[in-house]
Design a binder for this molecule. Structure first.
Ligand SMILES: NC(=O)C1=CN([C@@H]2O[C@H](COP(=O)(O)OP(=O)(O)OC[C@H]3O[C@@H](n4cnc5c(N)ncnc54)[C@H](OP(=O)(O)O)[C@@H]3O)[C@@H](O)[C@H]2O)C=CC1
Ligand SMILES: CCCCCCCCC/C=C/C=O
Length: 329
């Protein structure tokens, strides 16, 4: 008999998620039926999408959405042997039963020295987001100038490095000076702390007086408004995220962006990595290769203990993470 611990969302978040919005529950899992497997989570992911997606995908009392790297500990399905590692989307839970649908095996050539938690980060959804979002939406060319915000995070830190691999100049922003040091270490050309600069417009102009060819936007809101005004003609904007407005209860209004898009003839496109599911294996292979060769550096912000998962999530939204925010059981 296995008892699964899970975190539920007690009530829909109002503004910034708070500790009282989460509750830890325990459930006894039933015996396995034929075709089923029992998995135990080793690493769980906390991601910004959980905040906006909770509004549409969850109702009060549901288990929080999310993914994990989990190990098969009992199997009644020969396709999923005991000991196998899979990425699952079972939510914030220590154990779960699956019929195998939606379980994704880690790439077969996963090197021993690469932590399996990277299947939730640099070689997982955030990695694929950076890879396809940058290459397919921004379409960077050698010599292009690329701006990325939330640059020290899971996606942004990879975007900057992939842009460098492609021969671009990369400008990145983050919310602490320690994060700026990290960005310089992984190869960013120009960096700034958006929380301490007196004018976003000025710092963006100083970092690249000629403007920007590509903008990989993780933040949205006023930050995006400032960058859009400094795009070069025919610039490409990948709308990846809008973390600066996910917690807004009332939608804010900003400058209307159509004139910048029109007169600079910009191309601006939102995207979700599932669009490239048919190329997922190729993306994972390239990311894993770059990681194994040391061309793509990764950093993980590990929170230990399932009991601390809400704290890890709220901390990530506040900017406590450098690199990918991970919960280790
Ligand atoms: N399109 C897609 O399919 C995907 C989109 N995303 C989006 O990409 C973005 C980054 O995600 P991810 O890399 O996983 O997360 P991060 O690892 O970057 O963590 C979130 C970071 O956001 C920054 N942040 C928080 N609040 C603000 C704010 N008000 N203004 C500016 N920055 C803020 C913090 O860093 P700092 O110290 O710099 O403030 C924090 O560390 C998010 O918007 C997310 O929703 C992610 C994955 C897939
Ligand atoms: C049931 C869980 C759905 C998880 C979807 C993950 C896709 C991430 C897309 C992110 C968008 C913005 O952050």
């Amino acid at each position: 008999m296995v008892v699964a611990k899970s975190w539920i969302m007690v009530q829909h978040f109002e503004g910034v998620p708070k500790p009282e919005d989460f509750k830890l529950i325990e459930r006894e899992l039933p015996p396995l039926k034929d075709g089923e497997v029992l998995l135990e989570s080793d690493f769980l992911s906390v991601d910004p999408y959980m905040r906006p997606y909770s509004k549409t995908l969850l109702k009060d009392g549901d288990i929080m959405i999310g993914s994990q790297v989990a190990r098969v500990i009992e199997s009644k399905n020969p396709a999923f042997p005991v000991g196998g590692d899979y990425v699952g989307y079972a939510g914030w839970t220590t154990h779960f039963i699956s019929d195998g649908k939606g379980l994704n095996a880690l790439p077969s050539n996963w090197p021993d020295h690469v932590p399996k938690s990277l299947a939730l980060g640099a070689v997982g959804m955030p990695g694929l987001t950076a890879y396809f979002g940058l290459l397919e939406i921004c379409k960077p060319k050698e010599g292009d100038i690329v701006m990325v915000n939330s640059a020290a995070g899971a996606v942004g830190s990879l975007v900057g490095q992939i842009a460098k691999i492609k021969g671009c100049k990369v400008v990145g922003s983050a919310g602490t000076d320690d994060k700026l040091t990290f960005l310089k270490e992984i190869g960013f050309d120009e960096v700034f702390n958006y929380k301490t600069v007196s004018s976003l417009a000025e710092v963006l102009k100083k970092a690249s007086p000629e403007g920007y060819d590509c903008f990989f936007d993780n933040v949205g809101g006023k930050f995006a408004d400032a960058v859009l005004q400094q795009m070069k003609d025919f610039g490409r904007v990948a709308v990846c995220g809008a973390i600066s407005i996910y917690n807004d209860s009332v939608p804010s209004t900003g400058p209307y962006i159509q004139p910048y898009i029109l007169f600079k003839q910009l191309r601006m496109e939102g995207f979700l990595p599932a669009r490239w599911d048919n190329q997922k294996a190729e993306g994972e292979k390239q990311l894993l290769e770059w990681v194994a060769e040391g061309k793509l550096k990764y950093h993980e912000h590990i929170t230990n203990g399932f009991v601390n998962m809400p704290a890890g999530f709220m901390g990530m939204l506040r900017g406590e993470n450098t690199g990918k925010a991970i919960i280790r059981i």
